[in-house]
Design a binder for this molecule. Sequence first.
Ligand code: UD1
Ligand code: MG
Length: 456
Amino acid sequence: MADRFAVILAAGKGTRMKSPRPKVLHEIGGRSMLAWSVALAKELGCKRSVVVVGPDMAQLSEAAAKLVGAENVVVQKDQLGTANAVDAARGALKDADGHAIVLYADTPLVPKEAGERAFAELEKGASVCVLGFRAKLPNRYGRLVTAGDGSLEAIVEANDATDAQLKIELANSGVMAAPVKLMFELLKDVKSDNAKKEFYLTDLVGLARGRKLQASVAHCEERDVQGVNSQAELAAVEQDFQAQARARFMTDGVTLQAPETAYFAHDTKIAAGVTVEPNVVFATGVSIAAGAVIRAFSHLEGARVGEGAIVGPFARLRPGAVIGREAHIGNFVEVKNVTVGDGAKANHLSYLGDGEVGAGANIGAGTIFCNYDGFFKYRTVVGANAFVGSNSSLVAPVTIGAGGYVGSGSVVVDDVPADALGIARGRQANKEGWAKAFRQTQSAAKKSGTKPPGAV
Ligand code: UD1
Ligand code: MG
């Protein structure tokens, strides 16, 4: 098999997004559209991906450099068309030998299988292959002119097409594959004598045919190659991604009680046998082990949930939350950068930030890990089987030893030894009969119209 390379076009200005953010840095499933294309190229085994950006796109160049390396980010000086954009990668790929695929960075959901089909055509002897699809409304797409045997003769852009050609439903997705060296050779012959006065990448097909080389179509679905030009299209592609993710998780044995209300990221991992209740958001970096239940209205990001654990309803797991087997994280509990041991429980109204909770420990309602002094963060360690009474503030850095108790309502600033009781609050005093006497004095005062000092 030939070595593979990718050229990812990202030079478009994206004006219709009306956003200060470069278009292709907008996200689908928590990952930028550009990163989706780069990930696809990696999945296809591309040795290198070259990203073509426009001039004055510092933010985009920087993001692209992080993904593919600065040496693989090239600038297309003037937007003279798709052929001119690919040509900008000529220098970066001068030593490349093998097959190249051209991807649009604003078309994030191209399946790996579709890319594989395009490369496979080259392996079978085609000199150019484009991904084509049956368009519901072909109007703006380039049309694929095929011969009787289904091979590709030419691509005509809508603006240049005859009435007969406009009736063709087979449309060009924009994804094209060709041998690297041949591609750059043919690019030299592309002219801009067309309706838009642009250099069309699609002309490579006609040029290849002119040399008696073979061109072919690999087929895909329209939704696979949905491009994003506006916020509405971004939302539509996000919906597609979510629909695919939901279907995939259900196929893989995850119970989604209200699939249309569960939101996933590109990297969400959920084992078979997990139940997800309605209205749960999985942001990036989450993995859930078998048998766990994620209850309604929970938000998870950068978190790992162990087997059989119960999270929520209304729980928030933030980056670094690692929840052990059979542990319980209940309503209005926020966990950040804390390892919660097997079977430990924090069921109500707590903030656990920076630290660890040992196996079997119980964190009472309203417990707060006071982790921040306005400048630095500190860790709270609660030992195995410790019991922290309700409404306690654990002022970090602090350790509650294994099996230790913290009296409810304590503000704990010193370590509590293992198996000890730490109690840090005012001692209770009961005054017999005080309430009764107080009521008598006050009601008498009210009847006589004399207000106590300070009353309004
Ligand atoms: C292109 C195809 C068309 C196909 C359609 C699919 C050509 C000539 N036409 O048309 O057959 O049906 O895509 O969506 O290729 N870009 C640059 N630099 C440029 C011009 C474009 O980087 O100078 C980038 C754009 O940002 C975009 C992509 O290339 O991501 C496609 O360009 P666009 O102008 O949208 O091409 P279409 O006219 O849609
Ligand atoms: Mg377009």
